[in-house]
Design a binder for this molecule. Structure first.
Ligand code: URA
Length: 252
């Protein structure tokens, strides 16, 4: 029987226990195409799913949409179908100097600026990556000669005010968010994205494994503008790291 939102059933996964999770449905076929035997399974709302193979074993690639709430649906339903290891592959804005567009961030943990993770554990509970998955991502970066940064990510529910963006329609952020980017930078946070905290808390509380790699599309210590081609390079590098890691993780 197909799960509620993803529109796939366990038989279609052919026993896959590892999922690659981009946000963008348009990236799923591109990621699957870098693996062996890519096969489209379903496309429902923001959730597009393909199956492929790496090291001879099945893996599933499912888009989560943007943010924790929709990611939580994808992770829940993939877990129902037998997936036990989750690798988020996304994009990010760096906030520390010395992180260049095209580098990747491998998150060891995430500041819980989301709401969805609170539906799985109280705010005192840490959002941490699985060390085995993070280690495989490090090996994936090294194998592809991609510069990586290892550390803490901030996962925000919103792209604009939660990441203290002022180049917006209203140009205003609430007092509670005013100065938040500088604060997270002072506390050593590397980058902003929108999904890792929900993923990490779900995985830890449910006995699953999760990691996250994000391609850097801009460094907000230097600019608020995207350079031409920056997104494509960041995505490509994050995908290389994640698919290399998948090859290691399915063999474990
Ligand atoms: N994704 C985010 O959430 N923030 C950025 O700055 C870039 C990508």
């Amino acid at each position: 029987m197909a799960v509620n939102h993803l529109g796939i059933d366990a038989g279609q996964l052919e026993g896959a226990t590892l999922a690659l999770l981009p946000g963008d449905p348009g990236r799923v076929d591109l990621i699957a195409a870098t693996l062996d035997d890519p096969t489209a399974l379903a496309s429902e709302r923001e959730f597009t799913t393909w199956r492929a193979r790496t090291s001879g074993r099945p893996v599933v690639v499912t888009s989560t949409g943007i943010g924790g709430p929709s990611l939580s649906i994808a992770v829940e339903e993939l877990a129902q179908l037998g997936v036990r290891t989750f690798v988020r592959v996304g994009t990010t804005g760096a906030i520390q100097r010395g992180i260049a567009p095209g580098d990747v961030v491998i998150s060891t943990g995430a500041v819980r600026l989301d709401g969805a993770s609170r539906h799985f554990a109280p705010p005192e509970y840490p959002a941490v990556a699985d060390f085995g998955v993070a280690g495989a991502l490090i090996e994936g970066a090294a194998a592809n000669d991609i510069r990586f940064h290892l550390g803490i990510t901030a996962s925000s529910d919103t792209f604009y005010p939660g990441q203290e963006r002022r180049d917006t329609y209203r140009g205003y952020v609430l007092p509670g968010l005013d100065g938040s980017l500088a604060m997270w930078r002072a506390l050593g946070v590397l980058n902003y994205e929108m999904e890792a905290a929900t993923l990490f808390v779900m995985a830890s509380t449910m006995g699953l494994r999760a990691g996250a790699v994000s391609g850097v599309i801009l460094n907000r210590a230097e600019t608020e503008s995207l350079a031409d081609g920056a997104v494509a390079v960041a995505e490509q590098n994050a995908v290389l790291v994640a698919t290399s890691a998948a090859g290691l993780l399915v063999e474990l």
